[in-house]
Design a protein around this ligand. Structure first.
Ligand code: PHE
Length: 341
């Protein structure tokens, strides 16, 4: 009996030496010390042992169990240590590896210019307003003194939704909406998308953005218009940029003027961009036609006003030297990256 216990002990101890993972160790423990294990079965067989021998056998088994348990515990902590080392090695971070770059987005150049324009005009006391892009003919044309069959309708190739509804061809209908609902003094800029049935090319797009200003008060003159636009030109393109007025025609203003700005690229010296003139045409303007004031319910004897309108894409491309309007819509990342702050 003693020999049997010794044998189990020795076999277990020598088997332990060859074990180096915790799963195999646990299997060995169950096989030897478990309820149906080799050592335990000796205690079970105690019935066959002579009564006076039983305490002895019990002691052998207990001693053997203690020895084996100790050895297993030792082996276990050695294995755990090794396994932990292996895990740490596998999880080690190589700080010399190149990082995955996270590219941050940026504002679109149109957004930047639009925000700058709104900043400039609200800084001068204008209130920024918006209106619907699907608009009644009444606001888009009639109140702007462009009745049906007026030739000016041809100049703005219009997308008609039905006889009375259009995609707005300019942001002027927002001004009509304000004039018909408010009393002077009025000082607003309206901005947003407008639509014209144009082929897309370097300077045209069927959808583009306008920003228009309107001031109505007593004693408003062309001088106020000039002063406002000079300030705007300087703030957007820097000192030395000024305006030049050329007589023109719009049904909703009288008199009307096309306004050029000093070419920001050559500061008026003449270059490829301004076709050697030193000037760039950027906006339309004029004194609000008294007929428009009256149609909108404003007393044209008491009040006068000026209005101006500009294409935002053009201002944007001049500011950032972008040669083609289509770049603004294609959203090619390689193009947009140039504007990252
Ligand atoms: N609404 C005009 C256009 O789109 C621009 C403009 C506005 C001209 C105000 C004069 C005064 O062509």
């Amino acid at each position: 009996m003693q020999a049997k216990v010794m044998e189990i002990t020795n076999n277990t101890l020598s088997e332990l030496k060859g074990i180096n993972d915790s799963q195999a160790l646990e299997q060995l423990r169950v096989r030897v010390l478990g309820k149906k294990g080799e050592l335990t079965s000796i205690l079970r067989g105690m019935g066959q042992v002579a009564p006076e021998m039983r305490p002895m056998v019990g002691q052998w088994v207990n001693e053997a169990r203690a020895t084996i348990e100790n050895a297993i515990a030792e082996a276990q902590s050695a294995i755990q240590k090794k396994e932990k080392e292996k895990r740490l090695e596998k999880e080690a971070i190589d700080v010399t590896l190149p990082v995955n770059e996270r590219s941050a987005g940026s504002l679109h150049p149109m957004t930047m210019v639009l925000e700058e324009l709104l900043d400039i005009f609200t800084g001068m006391g204008f209130e920024a307003v918006e209106g619907p892009e699907v608009e009644y003919d009444h606001y888009n044309f009639e109140l702007m003194n462009i009745p049906k069959n007026h030739p000016a309708r041809d100049a703005q190739d219009t997308f008609y939704v039905d006889d009375n509804i259009v995609l707005r061809t300019h942001t002027s209908p927002v001004q009509a909406r304000i004039m018909t609902t408010r009393k002077p003094p009025i000082r607003i800029v309206s901005f947003g998308r407008v639509y014209r049935a144009d082929e897309a090319d370097a300077t045209h797009s069927p959808v583009f953005h306008q920003l228009e200003g309107l001031v109505i008060d007593e004693n408003i003159s062309m001088g106020d218009l000039k002063g406002t636009l000079d300030t705007f030109a300087r703030r957007l393109y820097g000192d030395g940029v000024t305006t030049r007025f050329r007589p023109s025609f719009f049904p909703f203003t009288e008199p009307s003027a096309e306004v050029d700005l000093t070419c920001a690229a050559c500061r008026g010296k003449g270059c490829r961009i301004c076709k050697d003139t030193g000037w760039i045409e950027v906006l339309g303007s004029g004194m609000v036609n008294p007929k428009v004031l009256e149609m909108c319910g404003i007393d044209s004897k008491k009040y006068s006003g000026f209005a101006f309108g500009m294409g935002v894409e053009r201002l944007c491309n001049l500011k950032y030297n972008v040669p083609d309007m289509r770049y603004l819509y294609e959203n090619d990342i390689r193009f947009l990256k140039h504007f990252r702050g």
